[in-house]
Design a binder for this molecule. Structure first.
Ligand code: HEM
Length: 225
């Protein structure tokens, strides 16, 4: 008998995967809007970004939302991994023919692998930027804020780092191409008129968000300022 993952029945668990997944999608938009400021490498642009980073790490309400975010990432990741292992146990033989004859895509069957790669990226990314911003003892800029802009700019001077970032965004794209619309299905939000719209919004979201994220390190590498 297949046991459900972290929370109760498989239906409850599905809801939580969908809710945490959509919350992470919302976070991606906010994070992207902040990161796009990195495209401005002028002295004022650098100061503005550092002031923004200080605000995001100290403003009390945002701090509370951040804890919810850390919890959501951990919950989504571990429940996702358990769910994938459970599904493998329940169906050890792969139905290659059956899969290819339906309109399932290869990436919809690889959400666990894509998610695990994302988890590795998130941990390394947080170690590199988030940890150093909080506890790294970084130098201050002329306004007295931690100079996160310089740390990011230095990281993206390495072509290997830029390449790994771009590849990670490709992984994110495939996770979202399936995940965005799947979350609405999991929540039972099916409607003959709106489901195709959600599917199209999902494709738009799954392409535009990762491409814009990937653009930032490529731009900073090409135009170090
Ligand atoms: C930026 C990070 C992430 C975002 C925005 C995101 C978003 C989503 C969304 C919206 C779904 C659809 C939920 C549903 O089908 O109801 C999903 C599914 C899934 N995610 Fe993530 N995710 C992220 C990171 C991760 C990580 C780190 C893992 C870790 C292993 C993971 C594993 C999974 C799995 C296995 C599923 C499929 C669940 C199922 O079959 O129902 N995700 N994700």
């Amino acid at each position: 008998m297949a046991r459900s993952a972290l929370l109760g029945s498989s239906l409850t668990k599905k809801y939580w995967m969908a809710l945490t997944g959509l919350f992470l999608c919302l976070f991606l938009v906010v994070h992207l809007a902040g990161n796009l400021q990195l495209l401005d490498a002028s002295p004022e642009g650098r100061l503005k970004f550092n002031a923004y980073a200080k605000f995001m790490t100290t403003f009390p309400l945002i701090k509370v939302v951040s804890y919810l975010l850390y919890f959501s990432i951990l919950f989504h990741a571990f429940d996702g991994i358990l769910l994938t292992m459970q599904n493998r146990k329940a169906r050890p033989v792969r139905y290659v023919k059956e899969r290819s004859s339906t309109n399932r895509t290869w990436y919809s069957g690889q959400m666990g692998l894509l998610g695990a790669l994302l988890l590795v990226f998130i941990v390394l990314h947080m170690k590199h930027f988030w940890y150093r911003m909080h506890w790294g003892g970084l130098p201050l800029d002329s306004a007295g804020n931690t100079d996160l802009f310089t740390v990011v700019a230095e990281a993206y001077r390495s072509p290997v780092y830029v390449l790994l970032y771009v590849l990670s965004m490709a992984v994110l794209a495939f996770h979202l191409l399936h995940g965005f619309q799947s979350a609405f299905q999991s929540l039972g939000l099916n409607h003959p008129r709106y489901t195709p719209v959600i599917r199209n919004v999902g494709v738009f979201f799954g392409v535009v968000v990762p491409v814009l994220f990937a653009l930032i390190p490529v731009w900073m590498f090409a135009f170090p300022g």
